[in-house]
Design a protein around this ligand. Structure first.
Ligand SMILES: Cc1cc2nc3c(=O)[nH]c(=O)nc-3n(C[C@H](O)[C@H](O)[C@H](O)COP(=O)(O)OP(=O)(O)OC[C@H]3O[C@@H](n4cnc5c(N)ncnc54)[C@H](O)[C@@H]3O)c2cc1C
Ligand code: SF4
Length: 521
C-alpha cells in the first residue's frame, strides 16, 4: 500500500475533538492524516461584519436538513478547518461534578456517565492550559475541584459589566468570571500591543479576523501540521467507511476530494465530524455485517441527540452600556435548583454585545410593542444575556438518513419548563440590576429555525458506556463492535449538563489521545 494512502491514524474532522486529538498525537511521530471536508475559513473584512455573519449567514454551510415532519430547515453549522470552534464564543467551562452523576429533572433523569469528574479533572486542566482559558477557579460555588489554577487571569470586566457583577453580588448571587479561550494579554482593561486579541466587539458567533480566538485551527491543527508526520487534506468529504469481511476492522475510508473519489486506510480510524455528521457517517457506512450502520449493534447511533435549550436576550439598561467586550460574566445560582423549584434551571452568561446592524435585523418582532425605544437607543443601552438549560437525552430525539443521504433531525421531546423558569428569574432581576422590565429576544443570534436549527451544541448521538447493548462506544471511545474505530467529538456525551460543551470535548480528546498513544506504542 502506498505511503501516501496508508497511515497509522486517520482523523476525520478537525474541530474541537479531531483538532485536539491531532495536536496530542502529532509529537508521537506516527503518520497521521487529517481529512476535513471544509477549507480554511477565509480571513477577510467580512469576518467582523455583523450583517455578513448574522443576517447573510456568510460562513454557514449551505445545507438543507429536515425535521420529523419532513419540513426543510437550514442548520446552524460550519464546515472549516477548526470546525465550529472557528465561530464559537469560546466559553470553556468544566462540567459540574454532579453532571457526571444522575440528576433528577422535572421531565426525567439526566443519566450518569460511566466516568466521573475526577476521571476528567487532569484533562480539564490540560485542555484549559492548551486553549489559553482565562478564568478564576473557586468563585462559582457549583464548580468542582481543580488541581491547578488557570494559567491565564480572567478577562477583565468593563465598567458596566463590573457594575452588573456588583449588583448581582449585592442581591446575594454568586457571579463569576466566564472562563474564555482567548489569546488576550491585557493591562488595565486594554489589550497590550503584542496581544493577538484586541478586545473587539466581534467575539461571539464571529470568526476572528486577527486570530485572537483560541479555536481548534489556531491552537491545535496548525501546530500539529508543523510536524512532518502529519498531513491534512481539505475539501475531503468522507462518504463512507468500509470494513474487512469479518466486519471488525475499518479497512477503507472513501473520500470525495473536491468531487473526485479517493481512498485511504489506517491502523486506527477516528471519526470526529461533530455529533450529527459522525452519526450520519456511521449510518451511511452500513454493510452486511453492520446492517444498521457501523458501531450500531445497540441501535443507539443517531439517538439521544442533545443540544441545550438556549435563549439569547437583550435587557435594556437604564444607563448606557458602552461595553465593547461584554462576554465576561456568568451565574450558576440556578444551575441545580432555585428557592422555589427543586429541579435544574440552567446557566446565565453574558453574550457578545448586540450592535445596530443586529438590532435592525431583528427589529420587526418587537419594535411594535416598544416603539419608544429607537434603534440607536437600544444599541447604546442593551445588555445581552445567553441562557442555557440542560436538554435530556431522549432516544426519540435522533438523526437519521434515507437512502439518498437526506438528513432528518427529529426533536420529539423537548422539556422547556426549567428554561422558562430560568428566563423568569432573569426577568425578576431586571429592576434590581438597573434595567427596564422587558427582555427582548435576540432571534437573529440564535437563528430563525430555533429550536430545530440550533445545532451549535449538538451532542450525544454515539454515546459511550460499559454496556454494548446500550452504548456504541467503550470507555476509550472505541466502537464496541469494531477493533480500530474511534469517535472523538461531542457524540460520546451521555448527558450535556448546562455548561457549554467544548472543554469537555477537548478534555476527552486528550484522554482518548493518551489511550491511543499507549495503543500505538
Ligand atoms: C455560534 C456558535 C457559538 C458557540 N459557542 C460556544 C462556546 O462559547 N463554548 C462552547 O463550549 N461551545 C460553543 N459552541 C459549540 C462548539 O463549537 C462545538 O461544541 C464544538 O465545535 C464541537 O466540536 P466537535 O469536534 O464535536 O465538532 P466540530 O467542531 O463541528 O468539528 C467537526 C468537523 O468535522 C468536519 N466534517 C463533518 N463531516 C465531515 C465528513 N463527512 N468528512 C470530513 N469532515 C467532516 C467539519 O467540517 C468540522 O471541521 C458554539 C458553536 C457555535 C456554532
Ligand atoms: S474579541 Fe479578540 S478574539 Fe474575539 S474577535 Fe475580537 S480580536 Fe478576535
Amino acid at each position: 500500500m502506498s505511503s501516501e494512502t496508508h497511515y497509522d491514524v486517520i482523523i476525520i474532522g478537525t474541530g474541537a475533538g479531531g483538532g485536539t486529538l491531532a495536536y496530542h498525537l502529532a509529537p508521537s511521530g506516527k503518520r497521521i492524516l487529517l481529512l476535513e471536508r471544509g477549507g480554511y475559513l477565509p480571513r477577510e473584512k467580512a469576518n467582523w461584519d455583523s450583517r455578513a455573519v448574522f443576517v447573510e449567514s456568510r460562513y454557514r454551510a449551505k445545507e438543507t436538513w429536515y425535521d420529523q415532519d419532513a419540513k426543510a430547515f437550514y442548520p446552524g453549522i460550519q464546515y472549516y478547518v477548526g470546525g465550529n470552534t472557528k465561530v464559537f464564543g469560546a466559553a470553556l467551562l468544566r462540567f459540574r461534578p454532579e453532571d457526571f452523576g444522575a440528576v433528577r429533572h422535572y421531565a426525567g433523569i439526566s443519566p450518569a456517565w460511566p466516568l466521573n469528574y475526577e476521571d476528567f479533572e487532569q484533562y480539564y486542566t490540560k485542555a484549559e492550559d492548551l486553549y489559553h482559558v482565562h478564568g478564576e477557579h473557586g468563585i462559582d460555588p457549583t464548580e468542582g475541584r481543580s488541581s491547578a489554577p488557570y494559567r491565564y487571569p480572567p478577562v477583565s470586566h468593563e465598567p458596566r459589566i463590573q457594575e452588573l457583577y456588583d449588583d448581582f453580588e449585592r442581591l446575594g448571587h454568586h457571579p463569576f468570571p466566564l472562563p474564555l479561550g482567548i489569546l488576550l494579554d491585557e493591562e488595565n482593561g486594554k489589550a497590550v500591543h503584542s496581544s493577538a486579541c484586541v478586545r473587539c466587539p466581534a467575539f461571539d458567533g464571529f470568526p476572528c479576523l486577527v486570530n485572537g480566538k483560541a479555536d481548534a485551527q489556531i491552537i491545535c491543527v496548525d501546530p500539529a501540521l508543523e510536524h512532518p508526520n502529519v498531513r491534512m487534506i481539505t475539501g475531503a468529504y468522507v462518504r463512507r467507511l468500509e470494513t474487512n469481511a469479518s466486519g471488525r476492522v475499518v479497512t477503507r475510508v472513501l473520500v470525495d476530494h473536491n468531487g473526485a473519489p479517493e481512498e485511504y486506510s489506517a491502523e486506527i480510524v477516528v471519526v470526529s465530524c461533530g455529533a450529527i455528521n459522525s452519526a450520519t457517517l456511521l449510518l451511511r457506512s452500513a454493510n452486511e455485517k453492520h446492517p444498521a450502520g457501523l458501531a450500531n449493534s445497540s441501535g443507539v447511533v443517531g439517538r439521544h441527540y442533545m443540544r441545550h435549550n438556549c435563549s439569547a436576550f437583550m435587557a435594556i439598561s437604564k444607563n448606557p452600556n458602552p461595553t465593547v467586550f461584554q462576554k465576561t460574566l456568568a451565574l450558576n445560582d440556578f444551575y441545580f435548583r432555585s428557592a422555589d423549584w427543586e429541579f435544574p434551571l440552567g446557566e446565565i452568561q453574558m453574550l457578545g454585545k448586540s450592535d445596530g446592524e443586529m438590532i435592525n435585523g431583528e427589529a420587526p418582532g418587537w419594535a411594535v410593542w416598544k416603539p419608544e425605544f429607537a434603534l440607536d437607543f437600544l444599541a447604546e443601552h442593551s445588555i445581552d444575556f445567553w441562557l442555557q438549560s440542560e436538554d435530556l437525552p431522549d432516544p426519540a430525539n435522533r438523526v437519521t438518513i434515507d437512502s439518498e443521504g437526506k438528513i432528518t433531525l427529529a426533536l420529539e421531546h423537548v422539556d422547556l419548563e426549567g428554561h422558562h423558569r430560568l428566563t423568569a428569574k432573569l426577568k425578576e432581576m431586571l429592576a434590581d440590576i438597573g434595567c427596564h422590565d422587558q427582555l427582548i429576544s435576540r432571534e437573529l443570534y440564535l437563528g430563525k429555525d430555533i429550536p430545530i436549527g440550533g445545532t451549535a451544541h449538538q451532542a450525544g448521538t454515539v454515546r459511550f458506556g460499559h454496556d454494548p447493548k446500550t452504548s456504541a462506544l467503550d470507555l476509550n471511545c472505541k466502537a464496541h463492535d469494531l477493533d480500530n474505530l474511534y469517535v472523538v467529538d461531542a457524540s460520546f456525551f451521555v448527558s450535556i449538563g448546562a455548561v457549554n460543551p467544548s472543554l469537555t470535548i477537548m478534555a476527552n480528546a486528550l484522554r482518548v489521545g493518551d489511550h491511543l498513544l499507549e495503543r500505538l506504542g
